[in-house]
Design a protein around this ligand. Structure first.
Ligand code: IMP
Ligand code: MG
Length: 331
């Protein structure tokens, strides 16, 4: 803080939604800017209710936080409007006028284009929508009548906010290994998903970012095609309690154990200053619901120490359950 970028470490679904919702409540965030597009679902559990957010920032749980969609983001209008209703954020939701629009035709192209076949995309149309933006023929938020009540200069809002010492969180989506530049190409998404790109999408210069918080999950999952080092069978994942299905598409997630070498590499490339480690209770069931480091079993403490030693980055937040507040905060 005051300006923190949240980055997913691996192939997405590390629990960024949970970490962001915690920070929103705990740190009383003034601004949260959602990057990326509708392909990413951020799960937030608050007061026993589950939200899978594709457009509205996960910080919605703190009712004074101004919520923005970044200039570099790609907006699914129908989904945004639905989620604004669902989360009741009408008065504090803003959409950058320059964000581009993802349309139904893009989803059709995503599912039928020969060049995307076999990648296992989410099918929302993000790749084709970005292709159109690069061609300079995409619609922008300012062209869409339904978005008029939300239009803003989000870049100015956030930079003025930083000038005034406000707390800003830049919400990355997906994971670093899905980055168009640094991931497992061609099995990647249509954009860079790293810390620098998240700041760029939001229109925040690199020198204005104070912290890069990288989110690791205690094991690794991946949906869609492409390499996954250490991949195990579904049966084994079920037996270990690691089997998950995707929040956005409902597909089975593939799983693998935590990868220290990869964790170290992504920390370095993203310039991480802090990390969060989620779902520790899936690795060590005795951690479930713990909110104090001293309550953790020795194996869990040792695992956290190993992540810190190998990545060189302090693990400041540890997730021990699905609710926003199921966190050990070591800051
Ligand atoms: P696309 O982003 O829909 O084009 O999909 C490209 C690849 O990224 C596919 O393997 C997807 O499964 C994966 N992917 C895209 N968004 C997410 C996400 O939010 N979480 C996990 N995987 C994702
Ligand atoms: Mg997700």
């Amino acid at each position: 803080m005051p300006c923190t970028v949240i980055v997913g470490a691996f192939w997405g679904d590390e629990g960024k939604g949970k970490i962001i919702s915690y920070l929103a409540l705990k740190d009383k965030l003034d601004f949260c800017v959602r990057t990326g597009s509708v392909n990413a679902a951020h799960t937030v559990w608050i007061n026993g209710k589950k939200y899978a957010l594709h457009m509205v920032p996960a910080a919605f749980v703190y009712d004074k936080c101004r919520l923005l969609v970044a200039a570099g983001a790609n907006i699914h209008v129908g989904r945004l409007l639905e989620e604004v209703e669902l989360t009741k954020v009408n008065g504090r939701m803003g959409v950058d006028q320059n964000a581009s629009i993802i349309e139904e035709k893009h989803s059709v192209q995503d599912k039928t284009s020969a060049h995307l076949k076999g990648l296992g995309t989410t099918g929302w149309g993000v790749g084709p929508a970005l292709e159109e933006r690069v061609r300079r023929t995409a619609k922008l938020a300012k062209d869409i009548p339904e978005l008029k009540p939300f239009l803003t200069d989000g870049v100015a809002e956030v930079n003025d906010g930083l000038d005034a010492g406000k707390k800003v969180l830049l919400e990355g989506t997906q994971g670093f290994m899905l980055s168009l530049f640094h991931g497992t190409y061609p099995y990647v998404t249509g954009r860079d998903t790293g810390a620098a790109a998240i700041a760029s999408e939001a229109g925040v210069g690199p020198t204005r970012v104070d912290d890069v918080l990288i989110v690791y999950k205690s094991f690794i999952t991946r949906v869609g095609a492409g390499p996954l080092p250490g991949e195990m069978t579904k049966e084994e994942a079920v037996a270990r309690g690691w089997f998950e299905t995707a929040a956005g598409t409902g597909r089975d997630r593939r799983s693998a154990p935590f990868n220290f070498e990869l964790a170290k590499k992504v920390a370095k490339i993203n310039g991480a200053t802090q990390s969060a480690l989620t779902k520790l209770d899936c690795l060590f069931p005795k951690c479930q619901g713990a909110r104090k480091f001293s309550d953790l079993p020795k194996e869990a403490k040792d695992f956290i120490a190993e992540v810190e030693n190998q990545t060189g980055v302090p693990v400041v937040l540890v997730g021990t359950g699905p609710e926003a507040l199921d966190i050990i905060d070591r800051r």
